[in-house]
Design a binder for this molecule. Structure first.
Ligand code: AMP
Length: 508
C-alpha cells in the first residue's frame, strides 16, 4: 500500500518552485534570501514551535512587525502542521484577549513592547508559551530557532486541514475567525499565477502588511509558486517604493498606495520602465485613479476582488480591456453570481444583488461559529459574501458596496458607490464617502463626506446641485460635509461604521 501524499501547504507550495537555489527575498539591508535558505530557517522555527508544544492543528498566534524572520516563522508554522493566526499590530491588549480566548492558540509571538501586558493575558487564555519577535528579527523565538536543527520533516496534513485562521476586519459586528485550508490557498495561488502571468523572472515590490490575506497569501504564495522573488519593505513608504520600483517587475497594492504614488512628482513612465504589472485590491480603486495612473505611467492597473474568507474571486484580464471601476471577471474554477439577497436566485445581467461565491478558494467556515457559518452559505454551497454587485453586458463585475452599507432612504435603495462615483467625478473633488444616517422622515438620510483636491474651495450646496444633475432626487446627499480626509483602516478601506457613529446625530 502506498502511503498518502503529504499535502502540508508548505510541501505543496515548495513542489511548485522551479529552482530552490533562486532568491526569494530581497531585504532592506541589501541581502538576499534564497528559497533554500528560507526553508532551512523555517525548519528551525518549526522545531522551536514543536518544542514549545505545537502539534498538528494547533494555532500559532503572531502579533508581530513585518520582517523576513516573521515570514520564516509563518512557513515554519506550516511545516510544524500549525494553523497560523496573524493579528494586526494595531489591535489593543483587550482586542488580542478576545482573539486568544476564542482561538486558544498554543503559542503567542508578540512585539517586545507588548509582552508585559500580553503574557498575562495569554496565560489566562491557556497559551502554553509566549515568545517575542522584534522588527529587526531578534527575540526569544529567534533565539529558540537559532538553537534548533535546520532539518525538519514537514508534519503530515491533508489539503482540507487548516493552514490559517484570519480574523475578519470586523467592520460590522464581532470579528470572526475565517478558517482557511491548504487547498483554499494553493488553488488560489495557482489561479493567480496563471491569471497574472507570474514567472520565476518576476520581482514583486512587497509593501503590504503580512497580517492580512493580501500581503501574506495573495502576494507571497503567488510569487512562491512561480519561483519569483520579492523586494520586501517593512511598510509602505512612498520614497522607498519610488527608489525600489526600477528593480521590480510587478507590484500589488491597496488603492491608497497608488494615490500616494500619484502625489509624487517623480513617479513617471521612466521610473516604471521595468514594470509589467500593477494590481490593486482590498478596497475600491476609483475610476479616476485608474485613469490618472494610466495617463501618468502607461500602465492600466489590474483591479481584482477578494476577501479574507475566499481569497481572490475575480480579476480584470491580463490580456484584454482592464475596465476602470470594475473588478473584472471570475477567475478560472470560481463561480461568482449576483443573486436575489432574499432567495439566492441568480439575477439577470445589469441588476444589482448579493455577490455569492463557490469554488476551491472558499473557506471552511467561521471558527467555533457553526450557526453564523450556516447562515452565510446557501444550500447549494454558495457563500454569501456580504458585498453587493452588478454584472455588465460584457461580464465585468462592479462592486456597489457592502450590504450593511446599503442606504435605504424613503424606502428606496441607494448604493453608496454610485453616488460616490458621481461626486468623485466633480471638479475639485479628490474622493468621497457616502453613508446613511438615521433620519426622522426618511429612515436614513444620504450623507456625503467630500475631500477637496489640492486645496480646491468646495461648497456643499454646489456639490448637491451638481449631483442632482446626474442622480435621482432620493440619491442626492441631503447633507454634504467637506472634510480634510476620510478615516481608513490599515488596508485602505474607508471605515464607514466609524463615520456613521461619528455623525449619527446629524439629522436628529
Ligand atoms: P478583507 O476580508 O479585509 O480582504 O475585505 C474584503 C472586502 O473588501 C470585500 O468583501 C469587499 O467589500 C472589499 N473589497 C476587496 N477588493 C475590492 C475591490 N477591488 N473593490 C471594492 N471592494 C473590494
Amino acid at each position: 500500500m502506498t502511503s498518502p501524499t503529504n499535502e502540508n501547504l508548505f510541501v505543496s507550495l515548495w513542489e511548485q518552485v522551479p529552482d530552490t537555489s533562486a532568491p526569494f527575498l530581497h531585504l532592506p539591508d541589501g541581502t538576499t534570501m534564497t528559497y533554500n535558505a528560507l526553508s532551512e530557517r523555517a525548519n528551525q522555527f518549526a522545531s522551536a514551535l514543536q518544542a514549545a508544544g505545537v502539534k498538528a492543528g494547533d494555532r500559532v498566534a503572531a502579533q508581530i512587525d513585518k520582517s523576513a524572520e516573521g515570514l520564516c516563522l509563518y512557513f515554519g508554522c506550516l511545516k510544524a502542521g500549525g494553523v497560523f493566526l496573524p493579528l494586526n499590530t494595531a489591535y489593543t491588549d483587550s482586542e488580542v484577549a478576545y482573539f486568544l480566548g476564542d482561538a486558544e492558540p498554543t503559542v503567542l509571538i508578540c512585539q517586545p513592547s507588548r509582552v508585559t501586558g500580553l503574557e498575562k493575558i495569554a496565560e489566562q487564555s491557556g497559551v502554553a508559551k509566549t515568545f517575542v519577535l522584534a522588527a529587526d528579527g531578534t527575540g526569544t523565538i529567534t533565539d529558540a530557532a537559532d538553537a534548533s536543527s535546520t532539518n525538519f520533516e514537514a508534519v503530515f496534513r491533508t489539503g482540507d486541514d487548516l493552514a490559517g485562521i484570519l480574523y475578519t476586519s470586523g467592520t460590522t459586528g464581532r470579528s470572526k475567525g475565517a478558517m482557511i485550508s491548504g487547498t483554499n490557498l494553493l488553488s488560489n495561488a495557482l489561479a493567480l499565477k496563471e491569471a497574472w502571468r507570474f514567472t520565476s523572472s518576476d520581482i514583486l515590490l512587497h509593501a503590504l502588511p503580512v497580517f492580512h490575506t493580501h500581503g501574506l497569501f495573495v502576494a507571497t504564495h503567488t510569487l512562491f509558486v512561480a519561483g519569483g522573488s520579492m523586494i520586501f519593505h517593512p511598510t509602505f513608504n512612498a520614497q522607498a517604493v519610488l527608489s525600489a520600483l526600477p528593480q521590480a517587475t510587478t507590484m500589488m497594492g491597496v488603492p491608497t498606495f497608488y494615490t500616494r504614488l500619484l502625489n509624487e512628482p517623480t513617479f513617471d513612465k521612466e521610473r516604471v520602465k521595468a514594470m509589467r504589472l500593477f494590481v490593486s485590491g482590498s478596497a475600491p480603486l476609483s475610476a479616476q485613479t485608474h485613469k490618472d495612473f494610466e495617463a501618468r505611467t502607461g500602465h492600466a492597473i489590474i483591479e481584482r476582488y477578494g476577501m479574507t474568507e475566499t481569497n481572490m474571486n475575480t480579476s480584470n484580464p491580463y490580456d484584454g480591456e482592464r475596465r476602470a471601476g470594475t473588478v473584472g471577471k471570475p477567475l478560472p474554477g470560481i463561480e461568482v453570481r449576483v443573486a436575489d439577497p432574499e432567495t439566492g436566485t441568480p439575477l439577470p445581467t445589469g441588476e444589482t444583488g448579493a455577490i455569492e461565491l463557490r469554488g476551491p478558494n472558499v473557506f471552511q467556515g467561521y471558527w467555533r461559529m457553526p450557526e453564523k457559518t450556516k447562515a452565510e452559505f446557501r444550500d447549494d454551497g454558495f457563500f454569501i459574501s456580504g458585498d453587493l454587485g452588478r454584472y455588465d453586458e460584457d461580464g465585468y463585475l462592479s462592486i456597489v458596496g457592502r450590504d450593511k452599507d446599503l442606504i435605504i432612504s424613503g424606502g428606496f435603495n441607494v448604493y453608496p458607490a454610485e453616488v460616490e462615483s458621481v461626486l468623485d467625478a466633480l471638479d475639485g473633488v479628490a474622493e468621497s464617502a457616502v453613508i446613511g444616517i438615521p433620519h426622522p422622515d426618511f429612515g436614513e438620510g444620504v450623507t456625503a463626506l467630500v475631500v477637496p483636491r489640492n486645496g480646491a474651495n468646495l461648497q456643499a450646496d454646489a456639490i448637491q446641485s451638481a449631483a442632482a444633475q446626474k442622480l435621482a432626487k432620493f440619491k442626492v446627499p441631503k447633507i454634504v460635509l467637506i472634510v480634510d480626509e476620510l478615516p481608513r483602516n490599515s488596508m485602505g478601506k474607508v471605515t464607514k461604521k466609524a463615520l456613521r457613529e461619528t455623525h449619527q446625530d446629524l439629522f436628529a
